[in-house]
Design a protein around this ligand. Structure first.
Ligand code: NAD
Length: 285
């Protein structure tokens, strides 16, 4: 049996994942701003440091997996863009950086980060905000979002989820992650009926937008079934899964972007591979 950390363990998909892992006999260290094993506010650097340290000591320096589910939705509001980017982006990458040695000490540890299908279904998410987040500059990201007015929260949400997905894919394949035996992947849910979505549905304007949004399968996803996907991505079945973003969204991404993916790799990206091929060298990160 393994030891797993689950952020956002007090509600929705994080809670359902923690319950399933515990039911399977694993030890779970839950992290949340609401009652949990480790209570911390992931919207502040101090809260993230406290969460990172508490989990490091609770797990005894070894983790078999991590699920990063704590997050905020695109609720409108003046302070929301900053909060959303802090929790959804820095609340993932800073914790993962702190827990990486413990994950490397585990046996084929698996990490599942919560992205969203908003990454591919919100139009015109500002690249400047995404780049600022990836550069670690939250203030610059928020400044880049201001010009969107009422849509700033929605753009902050999209930017935070694109940035975290890119962070996952860029890091997953490196020596520090894949090279250390850690499988780093993301899941991109569509509309899942959790307290986060229920809150959005309670606002008439947001409810209207959600109900008219194309979901080819129809209806909303079930948090328990999403948690089943996460548990699968933590299992031995996922030993060969690395740097993937798995969409579980009732078909919305395919509806909008059926021909955008798969897309072939630009030839220049193959240059290092061709050099190794010429020199008869095998791949190493
Ligand atoms: P939820 O609101 O039910 O659960 C989120 C949890 O995160 C809560 O327990 C909350 O207390 C915690 N959290 C929020 N702010 C925090 C903070 N500052 N510090 C510590 N913990 C904090 O939401 P959910 O729907 O289960 O969402 C889980 C993840 O999935 C989120 O990252 C969300 O963005 C993402 N997501 C949700 C949906 C959806 O439709 N529900 C769709 C796509 C992606």
């Amino acid at each position: 049996m393994g030891t797993y950390v689950v952020t956002g363990s007090a509600s929705g998909m994080g809670k359902a994942t923690a319950e399933r892992l515990r039911a399977n006999g694993h030890t779970v260290i839950g992290v949340d701003i609401q009652p949990a094993d480790v209570v911390a506010d992931l919207s502040t650097p101090a809260g993230r440091r406290a969460a990172a340290d508490a989990v490091r000591s609770a797990c005894g320096g070894r983790l078999d997996g991590a699920v990063l589910a704590a997050g905020l939705g695109p609720t409108p509001g003046r302070e929301q863009p900053a909060l959303i980017t802090q929790v959804n982006y820095f609340g993932v990458v800073e914790l993962l950086a702190a827990w990486r040695p413990a994950l490397a000490a585990g046996d084929r540890a698996k990490v599942v980060v919560f992205s969203s299908n908003s990454t591919t279904t919100i139009p015109a998410i500002p690249g400047r905000a995404i780049r600022a987040l990836l550069a670690g500059d939250g203030d610059k990201a928020v400044r880049a979002l201001r010009l969107f007015g009422k849509a700033a929260s929605s753009m902050a949400y999209g930017a935070s989820k694109v940035a975290v997905s890119r962070w996952v894919r860029e890091h997953a394949v490196t020596r520090d992650w894949a090279g250390a035996g850690i499988r780093l992947n993301a899941i991109a849910p569509g509309a899942i009926l959790t307290p986060l979505l229920e809150k959005q549905l309670s606002t008439p304007a947001e409810a209207k937008a959600i109900h008219s949004f194309p979901v080819p399968i129809g209806g909303f996803g079930d948090p328990g079934k999403l948690a089943d996907w996460v548990v699968f991505m933590l299992s031995d079945a996922a030993d060969f899964l690395c740097g993937s973003v798995l969409f579980v969204d009732g078909g919305s991404d395919a509806y909008f972007r059926a021909t955008d993916w798969p897309a072939s790799v630009p030839a220049w990206r193959l240059v290092p591979y061709l050099r190794r091929f010429k020199r008869n060298e095998s791949f190493s990160q």
